[in-house]
Write a protein of this length. Structure first.
Length: 195
C-alpha cells in the first residue's frame, strides 16, 4: 500500500525534472518559491507539539498511546481534525472511543489520519494532477483515503464516502507535517464494538 505514495512521488519528481529540462528558468523560479515557502514555515517542534493546538485530537492520541509515534523519527503526515470537527460525530461517540475498552478502535481511527512520509499541500496537488484528478493515499491504518481537488481546495474522501477538506496552512515539524482538516475520517470497517 505504501508503494502508491512512492510511485506518486516518483512520478511527480520525474515530471518536475522533465519540466526543468524544458524550461530551466521557470524551474529555477519554482524551486526558489518552494524554498521560500518552506523557509517561512520552518519546523519548530515535533509532530506531538504541532498537534497540541487541537485539544480533542491530542487527548485521543494520549488515550490511544500514540505519543511515541508522533515524537519518533517519522516522517509522517498527520491529518488533524479541528476540535469542532469532533462535534460532527454521533452523540457520545468521542467519549465512547476514549474509553479503555475502545482503545483498538480509537487506534484504528487515529492511524487512519496518519500517512507515511512528509506530504506537503503542493505534493498533494501534484499527485492529484498526475493522477487525472485524484490521488489514492495509503494510511498507517493499512487503508486508503482519496484526495481530489475542488478549485484551490483539497478534499479527502474516506472509504465510507465521507468528505473533509484541508483547512489553514500546513505546519512543518521536525519529523513530518500536520494538515488541519474540517472533519473526522473513519475507516470503512472498524473493529466491532464490545457488547
Amino acid at each position: 500500500m505504501y508503494k502508491r505514495i512512492a510511485i506518486a512521488a516518483a512520478a511527480a519528481a520525474a515530471a518536475a525534472a522533465l519540466a526543468g529540462c524544458q524550461a530551466d528558468e521557470a524551474g529555477d523560479n519554482a524551486a526558489a518559491t518552494a524554498n521560500n515557502t518552506q523557509a517561512a514555515a520552518a519546523p519548530s517542534g515535533n509532530l506531538a507539539q504541532a498537534v497540541a493546538g487541537s485539544a480533542r485530537f491530542r487527548q485521543a492520541v494520549e488515550a490511544a498511546g500514540l505519543q511515541a509515534t508522533l515524537t519518533g523519527p517519522g516522517p509522517y503526515t498527520v491529518l488533524v481534525p479541528a476540535d469542532a470537527a469532533f462535534a460532527k460525530l454521533p452523540k457520545d461517540e468521542v467519549e465512547r472511543l476514549m474509553q479503555p475498552a475502545a482503545k483498538p478502535e480509537l487506534t484504528a481511527v487515529l492511524t487512519y489520519h496518519i500517512l507515511p512520509g512528509t506530504i506537503l499541500r503542493a505534493d498533494l496537488q501534484r499527485a492529484i494532477q498526475n493522477g487525472g484528478g485524484k490521488a489514492v493515499l495509503a494510511t498507517m491504518a493499512g487503508k486508503t483515503v482519496t484526495a481530489t481537488g475542488q478549485g484551490d481546495r483539497i478534499i479527502l474522501t474516506d472509504q465510507a464516502g465521507r468528505q473533509v477538506a484541508l483547512t489553514g496552512p500546513e505546519k512543518l515539524a521536525t519529523n513530518g507535517v500536520v494538515h488541519q482538516i474540517d472533519g473526522v475520517l473513519l475507516p470503512a470497517t472498524r473493529p466491532a464494538r464490545p457488547s
